[in-house]
Design a protein around this ligand. Structure first.
Ligand SMILES: [Zn+2]
Ligand SMILES: [Zn+2]
Length: 355
Protein backbone atom coordinates (compact mmCIF):
# COMPACT_ATOMS: atom_id res chain seq x y z
CA UNK A 1 0.00 0.00 0.00
CA UNK A 2 1.16 3.49 -0.83
CA UNK A 3 2.45 5.46 2.11
CA UNK A 4 0.25 8.20 3.46
CA UNK A 5 3.06 10.54 4.32
CA UNK A 6 4.23 12.32 1.20
CA UNK A 7 6.94 14.86 0.50
CA UNK A 8 6.38 18.43 1.67
CA UNK A 9 5.89 19.70 -1.86
CA UNK A 10 2.85 17.49 -2.29
CA UNK A 11 1.10 19.24 0.61
CA UNK A 12 2.30 22.64 -0.47
CA UNK A 13 0.75 22.16 -3.90
CA UNK A 14 -2.43 20.80 -2.34
CA UNK A 15 -2.71 23.82 -0.06
CA UNK A 16 -2.25 26.16 -3.02
CA UNK A 17 -4.94 24.31 -4.89
CA UNK A 18 -7.36 24.84 -2.02
CA UNK A 19 -6.39 28.49 -1.81
CA UNK A 20 -7.02 29.03 -5.51
CA UNK A 21 -10.36 27.28 -5.29
CA UNK A 22 -11.42 29.22 -2.19
CA UNK A 23 -10.35 32.59 -3.54
CA UNK A 24 -12.02 32.01 -6.89
CA UNK A 25 -15.28 31.37 -5.04
CA UNK A 26 -14.86 34.43 -2.84
CA UNK A 27 -14.17 36.62 -5.84
CA UNK A 28 -17.28 35.33 -7.48
CA UNK A 29 -19.33 36.14 -4.38
CA UNK A 30 -17.85 39.65 -4.25
CA UNK A 31 -18.75 40.14 -7.89
CA UNK A 32 -22.32 38.96 -7.33
CA UNK A 33 -23.02 41.50 -4.59
CA UNK A 34 -26.13 43.47 -5.50
CA UNK A 35 -25.87 47.22 -5.09
CA UNK A 36 -28.87 49.55 -5.15
CA UNK A 37 -29.03 50.44 -8.83
CA UNK A 38 -30.89 53.71 -8.64
CA UNK A 39 -28.34 55.31 -6.35
CA UNK A 40 -25.17 54.90 -8.42
CA UNK A 41 -24.32 54.31 -12.04
CA UNK A 42 -23.33 50.90 -13.39
CA UNK A 43 -19.84 52.17 -14.00
CA UNK A 44 -19.44 53.31 -10.42
CA UNK A 45 -20.81 50.01 -9.19
CA UNK A 46 -18.17 48.07 -11.06
CA UNK A 47 -15.52 50.39 -9.75
CA UNK A 48 -16.73 49.98 -6.18
CA UNK A 49 -16.99 46.20 -6.46
CA UNK A 50 -13.48 45.95 -7.87
CA UNK A 51 -12.02 48.07 -5.12
CA UNK A 52 -13.86 46.14 -2.44
CA UNK A 53 -12.87 42.78 -3.86
CA UNK A 54 -9.24 43.81 -4.15
CA UNK A 55 -9.11 44.77 -0.50
CA UNK A 56 -11.02 41.66 0.50
CA UNK A 57 -8.68 39.38 -1.44
CA UNK A 58 -5.67 41.15 0.03
CA UNK A 59 -6.66 39.91 3.48
CA UNK A 60 -7.88 36.49 2.37
CA UNK A 61 -4.73 35.63 0.44
CA UNK A 62 -2.57 37.07 3.22
CA UNK A 63 -4.28 34.95 5.85
CA UNK A 64 -3.96 31.86 3.66
CA UNK A 65 -0.27 32.53 3.38
CA UNK A 66 0.08 32.90 7.14
CA UNK A 67 -1.86 29.69 7.83
CA UNK A 68 -0.02 27.57 5.30
CA UNK A 69 2.84 26.03 7.23
CA UNK A 70 0.69 25.25 10.27
CA UNK A 71 -1.87 23.48 8.13
CA UNK A 72 0.78 21.51 6.24
CA UNK A 73 2.34 20.42 9.53
CA UNK A 74 -1.05 19.18 10.70
CA UNK A 75 -1.54 17.22 7.50
CA UNK A 76 1.91 15.67 7.70
CA UNK A 77 1.49 14.77 11.35
CA UNK A 78 -1.84 13.13 10.56
CA UNK A 79 -0.43 11.11 7.66
CA UNK A 80 2.61 10.09 9.67
CA UNK A 81 0.25 8.71 12.30
CA UNK A 82 -1.69 6.81 9.63
CA UNK A 83 1.53 5.18 8.45
CA UNK A 84 2.55 4.28 11.99
CA UNK A 85 -0.83 2.78 12.68
CA UNK A 86 -0.69 0.83 9.44
CA UNK A 87 2.82 -0.49 10.10
CA UNK A 88 2.35 -1.34 13.75
CA UNK A 89 -1.11 -2.92 13.74
CA UNK A 90 -1.00 -6.63 14.58
CA UNK A 91 -3.18 -9.02 12.64
CA UNK A 92 -5.47 -11.18 14.83
CA UNK A 93 -4.20 -14.77 14.91
CA UNK A 94 -5.81 -18.20 14.49
CA UNK A 95 -8.46 -17.13 11.99
CA UNK A 96 -9.88 -20.23 10.35
CA UNK A 97 -11.93 -20.79 7.20
CA UNK A 98 -15.62 -21.18 7.90
CA UNK A 99 -15.93 -23.75 5.09
CA UNK A 100 -13.00 -26.11 5.71
CA UNK A 101 -11.60 -25.10 9.08
CA UNK A 102 -8.11 -24.49 7.73
CA UNK A 103 -5.98 -21.69 9.14
CA UNK A 104 -6.37 -18.60 6.90
CA UNK A 105 -3.55 -16.23 5.93
CA UNK A 106 -3.51 -12.43 5.67
CA UNK A 107 -3.97 -11.54 2.03
CA UNK A 108 -3.94 -7.75 2.48
CA UNK A 109 -4.48 -4.96 4.98
CA UNK A 110 -6.07 -1.52 4.69
CA UNK A 111 -6.64 1.52 6.84
CA UNK A 112 -10.21 2.08 7.90
CA UNK A 113 -10.78 5.69 8.93
CA UNK A 114 -12.66 6.48 12.08
CA UNK A 115 -16.39 6.33 11.81
CA UNK A 116 -19.00 6.58 14.53
CA UNK A 117 -17.27 6.18 17.85
CA UNK A 118 -14.48 3.92 16.58
CA UNK A 119 -10.87 5.01 16.25
CA UNK A 120 -8.93 4.68 13.00
CA UNK A 121 -8.29 0.97 12.58
CA UNK A 122 -6.53 -1.44 10.27
CA UNK A 123 -8.59 -4.04 8.42
CA UNK A 124 -7.01 -7.41 7.65
CA UNK A 125 -8.34 -9.54 4.78
CA UNK A 126 -7.89 -13.31 5.30
CA UNK A 127 -7.85 -15.87 2.51
CA UNK A 128 -8.36 -19.66 2.74
CA UNK A 129 -5.49 -21.79 1.34
CA UNK A 130 -8.15 -23.60 -0.68
CA UNK A 131 -9.62 -20.23 -1.78
CA UNK A 132 -13.02 -20.78 -0.15
CA UNK A 133 -15.17 -17.69 -0.31
CA UNK A 134 -16.04 -15.36 1.21
CA UNK A 135 -12.80 -14.05 2.64
CA UNK A 136 -12.90 -13.11 6.30
CA UNK A 137 -12.14 -9.58 7.50
CA UNK A 138 -10.93 -8.57 10.97
CA UNK A 139 -9.93 -5.25 12.53
CA UNK A 140 -6.65 -5.00 14.45
CA UNK A 141 -8.63 -4.91 17.72
CA UNK A 142 -10.08 -8.33 16.97
CA UNK A 143 -13.57 -7.25 15.88
CA UNK A 144 -14.78 -9.15 12.82
CA UNK A 145 -16.20 -7.25 9.87
CA UNK A 146 -19.06 -9.45 8.68
CA UNK A 147 -19.77 -9.19 4.99
CA UNK A 148 -23.50 -9.40 4.39
CA UNK A 149 -24.15 -12.28 1.98
CA UNK A 150 -25.58 -11.16 -1.33
CA UNK A 151 -28.85 -13.06 -1.79
CA UNK A 152 -31.51 -13.35 -4.48
CA UNK A 153 -34.30 -10.80 -3.95
CA UNK A 154 -36.86 -13.27 -5.42
CA UNK A 155 -36.22 -16.44 -3.41
CA UNK A 156 -33.48 -15.50 -0.89
CA UNK A 157 -31.14 -18.20 -2.15
CA UNK A 158 -27.44 -17.54 -2.66
CA UNK A 159 -26.05 -16.12 -5.89
CA UNK A 160 -23.21 -17.47 -7.92
CA UNK A 161 -20.91 -14.75 -9.15
CA UNK A 162 -19.09 -14.31 -12.44
CA UNK A 163 -16.94 -11.37 -13.40
CA UNK A 164 -15.04 -10.30 -16.47
CA UNK A 165 -12.78 -7.33 -16.99
CA UNK A 166 -12.80 -5.24 -20.14
CA UNK A 167 -10.33 -2.40 -20.26
CA UNK A 168 -10.78 -0.78 -16.86
CA UNK A 169 -14.32 -1.91 -16.18
CA UNK A 170 -15.25 -5.08 -14.29
CA UNK A 171 -18.65 -6.52 -15.29
CA UNK A 172 -20.18 -8.73 -12.60
CA UNK A 173 -23.11 -11.08 -13.17
CA UNK A 174 -24.94 -12.69 -10.23
CA UNK A 175 -27.07 -15.73 -11.01
CA UNK A 176 -29.46 -17.28 -8.50
CA UNK A 177 -28.62 -20.96 -8.01
CA UNK A 178 -32.27 -21.81 -7.40
CA UNK A 179 -34.59 -19.67 -9.55
CA UNK A 180 -32.10 -18.39 -12.12
CA UNK A 181 -32.70 -14.69 -11.41
CA UNK A 182 -29.88 -12.56 -12.85
CA UNK A 183 -28.46 -9.34 -11.52
CA UNK A 184 -25.74 -7.32 -13.30
CA UNK A 185 -23.47 -4.60 -12.06
CA UNK A 186 -20.16 -3.08 -13.08
CA UNK A 187 -17.18 -1.45 -11.40
CA UNK A 188 -15.54 1.40 -13.23
CA UNK A 189 -11.84 1.48 -12.37
CA UNK A 190 -10.80 4.15 -14.86
CA UNK A 191 -8.87 6.84 -13.11
CA UNK A 192 -10.71 10.09 -13.66
CA UNK A 193 -8.31 12.46 -15.26
CA UNK A 194 -8.04 15.82 -13.57
CA UNK A 195 -9.67 18.52 -15.61
CA UNK A 196 -7.06 20.64 -17.27
CA UNK A 197 -7.09 24.02 -15.60
CA UNK A 198 -5.46 26.50 -17.93
CA UNK A 199 -6.07 29.41 -15.56
CA UNK A 200 -4.47 27.73 -12.58
CA UNK A 201 -0.99 29.20 -12.99
CA UNK A 202 -2.38 32.70 -13.47
CA UNK A 203 -4.67 32.36 -10.43
CA UNK A 204 -1.99 30.79 -8.31
CA UNK A 205 0.12 33.84 -8.97
CA UNK A 206 -2.77 36.06 -7.90
CA UNK A 207 -3.85 34.14 -4.81
CA UNK A 208 -0.86 32.24 -3.40
CA UNK A 209 1.55 34.83 -2.09
CA UNK A 210 5.26 34.46 -2.70
CA UNK A 211 7.57 34.42 0.30
CA UNK A 212 8.37 38.11 -0.21
CA UNK A 213 4.74 39.23 -0.55
CA UNK A 214 3.73 37.03 2.38
CA UNK A 215 6.33 38.69 4.59
CA UNK A 216 5.09 42.11 3.48
CA UNK A 217 1.56 41.12 4.44
CA UNK A 218 2.73 39.89 7.82
CA UNK A 219 4.52 43.18 8.52
CA UNK A 220 1.48 45.18 7.44
CA UNK A 221 -0.70 43.09 9.71
CA UNK A 222 1.59 43.66 12.70
CA UNK A 223 1.49 47.40 11.95
CA UNK A 224 -2.30 47.41 11.84
CA UNK A 225 -2.46 45.51 15.11
CA UNK A 226 -0.01 47.89 16.76
CA UNK A 227 -1.97 50.85 15.49
CA UNK A 228 -5.16 49.47 16.95
CA UNK A 229 -3.39 48.88 20.28
CA UNK A 230 -2.26 52.51 20.26
CA UNK A 231 -5.82 53.58 19.50
CA UNK A 232 -7.11 51.48 22.39
CA UNK A 233 -4.62 53.04 24.78
CA UNK A 234 -5.57 56.48 23.55
CA UNK A 235 -9.26 55.75 24.10
CA UNK A 236 -8.51 54.37 27.56
CA UNK A 237 -6.66 57.59 28.41
CA UNK A 238 -9.54 59.66 27.10
CA UNK A 239 -11.91 57.69 29.28
CA UNK A 240 -9.69 58.03 32.33
CA UNK A 241 -9.18 61.68 31.58
CA UNK A 242 -12.78 62.31 32.58
CA UNK A 243 -12.17 60.38 35.75
CA UNK A 244 -9.02 62.33 36.60
CA UNK A 245 -10.79 65.58 35.81
CA UNK A 246 -13.48 64.66 38.29
CA UNK A 247 -10.91 63.69 40.92
CA UNK A 248 -9.28 67.08 40.40
CA UNK A 249 -12.63 68.76 41.00
CA UNK A 250 -13.17 66.99 44.33
CA UNK A 251 -12.75 69.36 47.29
CA UNK A 252 -9.84 68.00 49.28
CA UNK A 253 -10.57 69.39 52.70
CA UNK A 254 -8.25 69.51 55.66
CA UNK A 255 -9.79 68.51 59.00
CA UNK A 256 -10.35 72.10 60.12
CA UNK A 257 -11.90 73.01 56.77
CA UNK A 258 -14.24 70.08 57.07
CA UNK A 259 -15.33 71.18 60.50
CA UNK A 260 -15.95 74.71 59.19
CA UNK A 261 -17.97 73.35 56.30
CA UNK A 262 -20.14 71.04 58.37
CA UNK A 263 -20.92 73.17 61.44
CA UNK A 264 -23.44 75.57 59.80
CA UNK A 265 -24.95 72.80 57.66
CA UNK A 266 -25.62 70.63 60.69
CA UNK A 267 -26.90 73.50 62.78
CA UNK A 268 -29.47 74.47 60.19
CA UNK A 269 -30.74 70.88 60.46
CA UNK A 270 -30.83 71.12 64.29
CA UNK A 271 -27.68 69.11 64.94
CA UNK A 272 -25.63 71.35 67.20
CA UNK A 273 -22.31 71.62 69.07
CA UNK A 274 -20.34 69.64 66.56
CA UNK A 275 -17.07 68.47 68.12
CA UNK A 276 -14.32 66.67 66.29
CA UNK A 277 -12.37 64.18 68.45
CA UNK A 278 -8.72 63.19 68.13
CA UNK A 279 -8.21 61.70 64.66
CA UNK A 280 -7.32 58.02 64.38
CA UNK A 281 -4.39 57.86 62.02
CA UNK A 282 -3.24 54.59 60.48
CA UNK A 283 -3.02 53.86 56.76
CA UNK A 284 -6.18 55.95 56.50
CA UNK A 285 -7.41 58.85 58.59
CA UNK A 286 -10.63 58.55 60.60
CA UNK A 287 -12.11 61.46 62.53
CA UNK A 288 -14.64 60.63 65.24
CA UNK A 289 -17.15 63.35 66.02
CA UNK A 290 -19.96 64.12 68.42
CA UNK A 291 -23.04 66.17 67.62
CA UNK A 292 -26.28 66.83 69.56
CA UNK A 293 -29.78 66.62 68.19
CA UNK A 294 -31.59 69.77 69.38
CA UNK A 295 -34.93 68.73 67.94
CA UNK A 296 -36.54 67.16 70.99
CA UNK A 297 -39.40 65.40 69.18
CA UNK A 298 -37.04 63.57 66.78
CA UNK A 299 -36.79 59.82 67.44
CA UNK A 300 -33.48 57.94 67.63
CA UNK A 301 -34.13 56.31 64.26
CA UNK A 302 -34.99 59.61 62.53
CA UNK A 303 -32.10 61.35 64.19
CA UNK A 304 -29.55 58.84 62.91
CA UNK A 305 -31.19 58.51 59.53
CA UNK A 306 -31.50 62.23 58.81
CA UNK A 307 -27.94 62.91 59.86
CA UNK A 308 -26.67 60.12 57.62
CA UNK A 309 -28.64 61.40 54.63
CA UNK A 310 -27.51 64.95 55.18
CA UNK A 311 -23.84 64.09 55.45
CA UNK A 312 -23.98 61.78 52.48
CA UNK A 313 -25.19 64.54 50.16
CA UNK A 314 -23.07 67.30 51.59
CA UNK A 315 -19.85 65.28 51.45
CA UNK A 316 -20.34 63.97 47.95
CA UNK A 317 -18.07 66.51 46.23
CA UNK A 318 -15.38 66.23 48.90
CA UNK A 319 -12.77 63.61 49.79
CA UNK A 320 -14.62 62.72 53.00
CA UNK A 321 -17.20 60.05 53.69
CA UNK A 322 -19.31 59.08 56.66
CA UNK A 323 -18.54 55.56 57.89
CA UNK A 324 -21.47 53.26 57.37
CA UNK A 325 -21.05 51.53 60.73
CA UNK A 326 -20.27 52.46 64.34
CA UNK A 327 -22.93 55.03 65.20
CA UNK A 328 -23.68 55.61 68.88
CA UNK A 329 -26.82 57.32 70.10
CA UNK A 330 -27.39 58.35 73.75
CA UNK A 331 -29.92 60.96 74.92
CA UNK A 332 -29.76 62.92 71.66
CA UNK A 333 -25.98 62.66 71.44
CA UNK A 334 -24.70 61.11 68.20
CA UNK A 335 -21.21 59.70 67.95
CA UNK A 336 -19.95 58.76 64.49
CA UNK A 337 -16.82 58.65 62.34
CA UNK A 338 -15.74 60.35 59.14
CA UNK A 339 -13.14 58.91 56.82
CA UNK A 340 -10.72 60.82 54.61
CA UNK A 341 -9.61 59.67 51.17
CA UNK A 342 -6.17 60.86 50.13
CA UNK A 343 -4.54 58.52 47.63
CA UNK A 344 -5.36 59.03 43.96
CA UNK A 345 -6.50 55.42 43.39
CA UNK A 346 -8.87 55.71 46.37
CA UNK A 347 -10.25 58.99 45.02
CA UNK A 348 -10.87 57.36 41.62
CA UNK A 349 -12.83 54.64 43.39
CA UNK A 350 -14.89 57.30 45.13
CA UNK A 351 -15.76 58.86 41.77
CA UNK A 352 -16.63 55.47 40.30
CA UNK A 353 -18.93 54.77 43.27
CA UNK A 354 -20.81 58.00 42.61
CA UNK A 355 -21.46 57.02 38.97
ZN1 LIG B 1 -11.37 -23.21 3.33
ZN1 LIG C 1 -33.68 -16.90 -6.67
Amino acid sequence: MEKHLKPYQYYSDLYDKYTVERCRNLEKIDNDIKLPEDKITKEKQQHFKKAFSKLHMYFETGEDYLGKSKRINEWMERDKKYDELYEQAKAPENITCLSCGRLMFVESKHLDFANNDKRDRVMFFYDCPLKHKPMRVFYDDGEEYRVKPHICPKCSSSFSEESKKEKDIIYITYTCSKCGFIEKTDLDLTIKEEKIDLDFIKDRNRFCLSEADGQKYMEAKVNIENLSKIMDKYKEKEKNKNLYDKVAKLKKLKIIELEKLLTPILESANYVKLQFQTPQVSKDVFVPFIVYDSKSERSEYDSKHNLQKLLKTKLEDTNWRLMSDGVNYRLGMLEWRLRAYEREEDLIKLIEDIK
